[in-house]
Design a protein around this ligand. Sequence first.
Ligand code: ADQ
Length: 491
Amino acid sequence: MARTTRTPRVDFVIVSNRLPIDAKPTADGEDQWVTSPGGLVAALQPVMAGREAAWVGWPGRADTELAPFSLDKTHYVPVSMSEQELAEHYEGMSNATIWPLYHDVIVPPEFHREWWDSYTRVNQRFAEAAASVAEQDGFVWVQDYQLQLVPQMLRGLRPDLRIGYFHHIPFPPYELFAQLPWRQEILHGLLGADVVGFQRVADASNMRQAVRRNFGYSMNKPIVRVPVDARLPRDPHAPPVTASKTREVRVDAFPISLDQAAIVEMATTDSVIARSREIREELGNPNTIFLGVDRLDYTKGISHRLKAFGELLEEGTLQASDAVFVQLASPSRERVESYRELRDDIELQVGRINGDFGHLDRPAIVYLHQNMSREEMMALYLACDVMVVTPLRDGMNLVAKEFVSARTDNKGVLVLSEFTGAADELDQALMVNPHDIDGMKEAFVAAAHMPVAEATRRMAELRATVEEHDVRRWATGFLDAVTPHTPKPRR
Ligand code: ADQ
């Protein structure tokens, strides 16, 4: 890879909390750059491929100033964060306030004014970094809930720019959003963009409703008319704004997807197919392999699904001699208290179920708290019979789409929570409410015994849906909405 330290101004800038690569020091003291995991990176990488662009983000190490650098055509602009800012902006405001509030308050959100101050300060730093690399009239695409103030801050610094914002997680109903002491600041921040994109139609509608309730701006779905001189604070009881000078902000749904062709390529290599057979053998060739793949996060519903599986073993509907549950849980947000507690709870639950129902040579649940290579993930998708994706709430869930894309053999059954964005599109999955343990048990049994012809028909339809709505369509749809002249993703 060609590496330079020159950062030119470019007309396409991505801004996300994390850079898509992390600095890892090697034994000789040099930095080595490795891809950081997660759904956002998986979705944006194909959009960036082959394009001259800048990516602004935190490089994964606190209290470190790193100079901008370039690898191939991407210019990386590291934004520094102190240890305290990491604790307050990222672990605090982003992941202990906004994340739980926006995911149906599954755990109680905490509200701390110092966290908010830090969030504001860090957002300003990101806006300044983006402003410094964007070309005149360029396009800046801000990503996700850690940076909701950046669009308006950037508009203040660089009114010439076209600004897009994409929200990867749910946007909550107003009754929940209204708890946020800084709800007006967040809405005002988002409305600095020309297009605010969400995963689901319901998310976009929730944001428009929040704007109506707080600011009374006039709108013609999906367009919101924002006064060019909009300032805070605004009295929510003031009459609707009728100022003649307004700018149009599109608040709309753009469901994210993945690069199906790339997944198919990987999932059809001889080594991945051979590895999938090996995995089945290593698991003792059971009749049914259930698979869960998630970041270890309380939104993903891991304990609900293990409870359903455990009850099926207890009742004797399934036997550990012919059914196994493989649960991958990638380490996540390990310094946030609720995540540490979740890990303890899940590991206790796995231990109990294995203790009660496992055999010497065969546990009932194979649990791995590890990151896997993409190849190993593909082999697991191919090896399983039933893919279990049962979040309590999820913006989209790319694992469901990855599984479907990998199954070129049209085999395997997807059990999917209706509370994922993916459920809006993947209607041939077996849909479940993860809070309904009996309903989930029925779905597990139906999936394990589904006639081959029905499973094949469902999978073929699921695959066709993901093929049609792949990540390029997502990116093109968003970029077209921002401006017909924005450069398109290249093949
Ligand atoms: P996430 O909450 O991270 O993403 P998801 O969409 O499922 O959730 O993406 C997870 C990614 O991590 C997938 O690409 C998956 O393959 C990978 N992954 C998971 N476990 C792994 C493991 N053990 N080893 C290696 N890789 C693993 C957020 C939102 C989602 C939204 C995405 C994209 O929360 O709702 O779908 O952004 O917008």
